[in-house]
Ligand binder design. Structure first.
Ligand code: XIL
Length: 368
């Protein structure tokens, strides 16, 4: 089962459109997915409770606003492949069923990533055994969900900021060609699934150049790669709009679809950019200034940021196939726990009470 963009759009058109009682807009479009249905898919990441529909309000919001989902954690190697011969497909199967039931495109995340690896994989010493792990992992998971997920983030975060290859266990054991090999295996075992490379900061010129070189290498080997995902973990007032636009054009010029796969706008202070999960900071009250509420001026600024971002996305809607937020609402965003534990962050379009924020209205207003 393949889901070309137009098919999904037609399917979504026929989907029920719920009225959004909390929205304070008088606009015609009453949800993100409805407003952007002719442009690109609007996705969200789902955590375990959301996949298991444990919170009826969250489920209602997900189904009302989004037409694509990405598992936040349950398809990562440590969860889905906890032992050499042991796989746990429980939650992954559930998100696939959730997608099928509600007509949502599921993006598998992710087959090859240096982080959230199972303990046993880190302990593999011999190159041959690591190769076997790599091959078994990709072939088992890709074939199980072949035709059931719309797409895969085949490889996640293989690059350093300067565009060179990250010194991960994959590079160390398998050498420079492991990215191409991952795509080759995914293509073989998931022939009808779109295959993407995904990274953060790959809109930045140096990392973008590395990303382009990586894609060209895969293409030169005659292996299929369908798109590049730009994660989009950005900061209030610091959106790199020019770099983003140049990247959309550059990736599109390679014949690729462009996606924004993990969008959020960080509202709290920190000493570094990017989204390297290995980088953390110690908790400190000065790093958590909006524990009991955020000033409206900052929410207005965030609305402006999201507005300029979506204006740019709309300008290039012919090249962009999906924009996914990394979480449904502020209360469950990963940015409450990273890079500083225990903070109160406000990066998404819906607040802790599931109510739409100024940013939501700004994004919707662009289409009304
Ligand atoms: C994050 C999840 O949101 C967290 O729950 C988890 O603890 C760590 O990983 N880039 C990615 C995502 O590709 O998989 C990461 O997700 C965020 C950064």
């Amino acid at each position: 089962m393949h889901f070309p963009k137009k098919t999904i759009i037609t399917a979504m058109l026929s989907c029920c459109i719920y009225s959004f009682s909390q929205a304070q807009t008088t606009a015609t479009n009453t949800s993100l997915k409805q407003a952007y249905q002719k442009d690109f898919l609007i996705g969200t990441a789902l955590n375990t409770a959301q996949i298991e529909k444990k919170d009826a309000k969250a489920t209602a919001l997900i189904l009302q606003q989004f037409n694509a989902v990405t598992p936040e954690n349950c398809m990562k190697a440590e969860n889905i492949h906890p032992g050499w011969d042991k796989y746990d497909f429980n939650l992954a199967d559930k998100i696939v069923a959730f997608g099928k039931e509600h007509n949502l495109a599921v993006n598998g995340h992710t087959l090859v990533w240096h982080s959230q690896l199972p303990v046993f994989a880190r302990k593999i010493v011999s190159v041959d055994s690591f190769k076997t792990f790599f091959t078994n992992h990709i072939s088992t998971i890709a074939s199980r969900y072949s035709g059931k997920v719309f797409s895969w983030d085949v490889v996640n975060e293989a690059l350093n900021e300067d565009g060179t290859m990250r010194k991960s266990i994959f590079l160390e054991k398998l050498g420079q060609d492991y990215v191409t090999e991952a795509f080759r295996l995914a293509q073989q075992h998931a022939p009808n699934t779109e295959l993407y490379y995904n990274d953060y900061n790959n809109e930045q010129p140096q990392k973008r150049a590395g990303c382009i070189a990586l894609v060209k290498k895969v293409q030169a080997a005659g292996v299929r790669i369908d798109g590049v995902g730009i994660q989009g973990h950005w900061h209030l007032g610091k959106l790199p709009l020019r770099d983003i636009e140049e990247s959309i054009l550059a990736y599109h010029a390679l014949g690729l679809k462009v996606m924004f796969t993990e969008v959020d706008i960080e509202m709290l202070p920190r000493s570094f950019g990017g989204a390297d999960v290995n980088q953390t900071m110690a908790a400190n009250p000065s790093l958590n200034p909006y524990k009991s509420g955020i000033p409206d001026s900052l929410l207005q600024q965030q609305a402006k940021d999201y507005e300029s971002l979506f204006k740019l996305f709309l300008k290039h809607q012919d090249k962009i196939t999906r924009v996914t937020f990394w979480g449904v609402h502020d209360g469950q965003s990963w940015l409450n726990g990273w890079p500083v534990p225990g903070r109160t962050n406000y990066p998404l379009l819906f607040d802790r009470a599931f109510a739409p924020k100024p940013a939501y209205h700004a994004v919707l207003a662009l289409k009304n």
